[in-house]
Ligand binder design. Structure first.
Ligand code: ADP
Ligand code: ADP
Ligand code: MG
Length: 678
């Protein structure tokens, strides 16, 4: 290889995966990190690490100059961009080359042409590969695009030409909303990719997402590594991916694989890459969508079925090696499936979560691979993607692979930050998915009103209270307190040996929960009624074991200060358990009043302020555009009136609950009641 030290220009699970690959190949690795990632796992694992500035990606992970400087400083000879960030930035790739560095990816030309969806379509058509009917011309005016939209018909998709990761994409069902959506899509495109250019596509009615993994070298060898099905999507973002694609007629598979190879040959591609197709399941027609000129999030499923390490080859090819595998050497040896584990509250509209991971344990099973960017103590901040880890399962057939992935997800313990593992498991159990006949609409149809976990039961609350209690007072039957029969922590209840706790999770509060311990048995009451009676309760290393009547049960519970994560059917809720000693009920149940204020619903970034001080606004009028994780949303005026204060400017990072603007109502009835405890 031409290099011995590689700078990894990324973070999270992909940086970790790349650093580990370098170590295996005997290459030294250099991590870069922002101020928000000082303690991140990728920084700890790399041989060297360079701070590249503030948390905002724009000022750190997206700042090509800082990254090239970091390579110079450390003597790295190659830069691997991972995915996202600078991975498809042709300008950055050229600057690497100019600086004498190896860019671990294709030539800057390939990135420039294929990174632009409009350009890519022109090339595909030239190569005889069919594209989705639509408009990919130069006229970017509202009037021009509206005219084209009329021609294409509804529904249609507006896409950012430079887009990726499902951003800057909007489905439009009615002609009269085209212009408004063009404007939001442009903003997203500009903010996320620095390029407002849009294209229009007919919305394919029964869409399946099928993509082909390509590997090519600098000597003209091009191979495919079969296809992946990534039809399980939310907001055009992949959630679960698998290889091979289920229920795909072999002729269609062959046609897609051949089209992909043809396209890669046409452009003289020379790295790993992915060619995406959308397949109309109703007609069996495949259309070219786009090419991703980089490693993809879901590359592990291909590695699992072929036994080929894509990153290793990507590095070797970048170093000039010949791709020595013949097409026939690449065989599919089973079925693999990946689920993306993200920090989110799936039950609350999949809201991204931030916080500190207080306990963390990966499942370990034959045929199960975990690619993770976090560990116990990792901080999940609002600045980056919410992806924490990927669980990838492989087995001989689809059915057992699903079972293994389900088992893996059920044994993945992450506490302190909400994660989507329960949701992912429910997705695996959707009928259409199980049958392998799912379309990209499967999540919308499977969870039409959003996803909700099983409701929290009295037992869950009781278990949380008991675990917290044992953590505080000593461990179950070993505790002298319980065998002596009582202590006096719960003065409030006025009973010997009883402790009173106030418990809440999210916006749910559960009133008084009392734990009464006597002679090794515990009774847990809610509002005076016994909900759980146990004996032989043992609390050890995050596991509560107890006997209820004749049934002995074990449940994983983690306690971190007042936060108790209960791994129950209700989706790993995190309970806040507060004792009567230090907190009064009034402080716990703080109402979230909006009144006359515009409140940030989540942490995020203010993209645009749409009004000025003194403006008159109507109820429901958009006041801010906020970017939270990957999506833009409008925050609207809760009442009509005059804008009295604006507390956030474009570019500001805000916390969930921040009061962003205040509106003085014309109608005194509307006046903000304020926070009663403020
Ligand atoms: P695609 O949907 O084009 O196949 P992937 O699913 O491979 O893309 O996801 C990669 C995209 O998702 C990137 O382009 C980036 O926008 C975003 N992304 C996902 N995870 C991360 C991350 N850890 N850091 C930065 N960007 C990320
Ligand atoms: P990105 O660069 O954000 O990955 P893509 O063009 O790959 O953008 O589209 C992302 C997803 O959006 C696809 O996987 C598919 O589910 C959906 N999609 C894209 N184009 C169409 C279309 N014309 N009709 C229906 N769905 C589409
Ligand atoms: Mg795509």
């Amino acid at each position: 290889m031409k290099f011995s030290k590689v700078l990894i220009a990324n973070r999270g699970e992909i940086a970790v995966r790349l650093i580990r690959a370098c170590a295996r190949l005997g290459l030294r690795s250099v991590a870069v990190y922002s101020d928000a990632d000082v303690d991140a796992l990728h920084v700890q694992l790399a041989d060297e690490a360079v701070n590249i500035g503030p948390p905002e990606a724009r000022a750190s992970y997206l700042d090509g100059d800082k990254i090239i400087d970091a390579a110079r400083l450390t003597g790295a000879e190659a830069i691997h961009p991972g995915y996202g960030f600078l991975a498809e930035n042709a300008g950055f790739a050229s600057r690497c080359v100019e600086a004498g560095l190896v860019f671990v990816g294709p030539s800057p030309d390939a990135i420039a042409t294929m990174g632009d969806k409009i350009e890519a379509k022109r090339i595909a058509i030239g190569a005889g590969v069919e594209c989705v009917p639509g408009y990919h011309g130069d006229d970017q005016s509202d009037e021009g695009l509206l005219r084209e939209a009329e021609k294409i018909g509804m529904p249609l998709l507006i896409k950012a030409s430079a887009g990726g990761g499902g951003r800057g994409m909007r489905r439009v069902d009615e002609l009269n909303t085209v212009v408004e959506n063009l404007s939001l899509a442009r903003q997203e495109a500009q903010a996320a990719f620095g390029d407002p250019k849009l294209l229009l596509e007919r919305y394919v009615e029964s869409p399946r997402h099928i993509e082909v993994q390509i590997m090519a070298d600098q000597h003209g060898n091009v191979r495919h590594l079969f296809e992946r099905d990534c039809s399980v999507q939310r907001n055009y973002q992949k959630i679960i991916e698998e290889a091979p694609a289920p229920s795909l007629p072999s002729e269609l598979r062959q046609q897609i694989l051949e089209s992909a190879v043809k396209l890669a040959v046409t452009i003289g591609y020379d790295s790993v890459g992915t060619i995406e197709f959308i397949v109309d399941a109703a007609t069996g027609h495949a259309f070219f969508l786009e090419m991703n000129t980089r490693l993809q999030v879901e590359h592990p499923v291909t590695e699992m079925i072929t036994g080929i390490d894509l990153v290793e080859w990507q590095l070797r090819i970048a170093g000039g090696d010949v791709l020595s595998l013949a097409q026939d050497d690449i065989v599919c040896k089973g079925w693999a499936m990946e689920a993306r584990v993200a920090a989110e509250n799936s039950a609350e509209n999949y809201r991204a979560q931030t916080g500190t991971i207080t306990s963390y344990a990966e499942p370990s099973m034959e045929g199960l691979r975990i690619d993770s960017g976090v560990q116990q103590g990792s901080r999940v901040t609002p600045y980056y993607d919410s992806l924490l880890a990927k669980v990838i399962a492989m087995s001989v057939d689809r059915e057992t692979t699903i079972q293994k992935l389900d088992a893996g997800l059920s044994r993945f313990r992450i506490a302190g930050v909400g994660v989507n593992t329960r949701y992912l498991r429910d997705v695996l159990h959707l009928d259409d998915f199980q049958a392998g006949r799912h379309l990209t609409s499967c999540l919308r149809e499977g969870f039409p009103d959003g996803w909700s976990s099983s409701p929290i039961t009295n037992t869950d609350v009781a278990v949380a209270a008991l675990a917290y209690h044992l953590e505080r007072e000593g461990s179950g039957s070993q505790s002298p307190w319980s065998t002596l029969g009582g202590w006096r922590v719960g003065e409030r209840s006025g009973r010997r040996g009883a402790a009173v706790y106030y418990i809440r999770t999210g916006d749910q509060t559960f009133g008084e929960t009392t734990v009464i311990g006597r002679g090794g048995t515990f009774t847990i009451e809610r509002d005076g009624k016994a909900v759980l009676q146990v004996r032989e309760a043992t609390w050890r290393a995050g596991r509560l074991t107890y006997t209820e009547q004749t049934l002995r049960q074990s449940i994983d519970v983690s306690v971190d200060g007042v936060h108790v994560t209960c791994h129950c059917a209700a989706g790993d809720p995190v309970f806040d358990v507060l004792s009567s000693k230090n907190v009064s009920l009034g402080e716990i149940v703080k109402p979230v009043a909006t009144g006359n204020s515009v409140i940030a619903p989540t942490p995020g970034l203010i993209a645009e302020v749409m009004v000025s001080n003194g403006d008159t606004v109507e109820i429901g009028q958009p006041v801010f555009v906020m970017e939270a994780m990957k999506l833009f949303q409008q925050l609207c005026a809760p009442i009509g009136g005059v804008v009295e204060a604006i507390n956030a400017q474009p570019g500001d990072t805000v916390n969930g609950g921040d009061r962003l603007a205040v509106i003085a109502s014309a109608d005194p009835q509307d006046e903000d009641q304020g926070f009663p405890n403020d």
